[in-house]
Design a protein around this ligand. Sequence first.
Ligand SMILES: Cc1ncc(COP(=O)(O)O)c(C=O)c1O
Length: 339
Amino acid sequence: MTPYAGAVHVSALQTPALVVDADALAHNLATMAAALPGPRLRPHVKAHKTLALAARQAAAGHPGFTCATIREVEGLAAAGLGTDLLLANEVVDARRLGAVADSGARVTVAVDSDETVDAAARGAVHEVVIDVNVGLPRCGCDPADAGRLADRARRAGLSVRGVMGYEGHLMTEQPRATRADKTESCMELLLRASSAVGGDLVSGGGTGTFDVNTWVTEIQAGSYVLMDTAYGALGLPFRQALGIEATVISVNRAGWAVADCGLKALGMDHGDPTIEGASVWYCSDEHVTFSCVPLPRVGDRVRVTPAHVDPTVAYHERMHVLAADGTVTETWPVDLRGW
Ligand SMILES: Cc1ncc(COP(=O)(O)O)c(C=O)c1O
């Protein structure tokens, strides 16, 4: 359903509204597809949670997807995008994943413990990767335990496709040379685990390491397609495509203004959003308070750029794609939200 499609202009949207610059989006899709063509990129859908956007990534040549939730796996499979779905996350109840695999999609789940191996077998998922800790305190087994877990999985009747290891703590490490060096150390751990595990998949990486992680067989980047200010600071070849259209609802002549885009419309874990030409003071539930010269008028529109794309998108029901003149060309439901 595209309730705002047609000649509607961004200025007519109810705010706060998630908006996507069509040109920047096309640039990001094409730039990544040129750098990591076909299965070299396994786009992570956690950043956008939007089937229409996943379809654009598939059309750009990437046959498989990375997911963070069972809901994402289910949604992609139901939409016919289930050629090769990797749930890069552990689950202790894999029955819904098994049902997706039964429906004909290819489903692989990450495991890092006896419990999650057994859950995959009980849930009839069939295929797993061994998730290896490469330095970020998140999921992932000790590299030295990877071979043993793979043996246990095979004994349980599972097919072990290989390993994954997410170097998420390095995504915004600066400068690029340091990011590359530290990524190499992480990937040494992952490759050692890969030799013990077997299989042909070595999966890892993200937007910040897409061009420095040359050790994995596939990169799991997701944010590149929409971008945020945290990644924008790195000088990557991707453009800021995502913004939030907001309306100024109050102006105080003492020197500040308030727009209707607060922390219920923004992921704030990477810090305050930015507004071009303005200084953002802080965000509260429904408000962003900022100053600029001259002050705007009540009713003016401002474009708010989030610091972290993933949680921002997850707050919104839909995203509006904008042509260069601000016309809404498409409205996409953010339909992979939920669990
Ligand atoms: C397992 C995993 N792989 C890859 C990524 C990379 O995502 P991005 O490109 O958005 O940094 C993430 C992000 O959180 C992740 O959790």
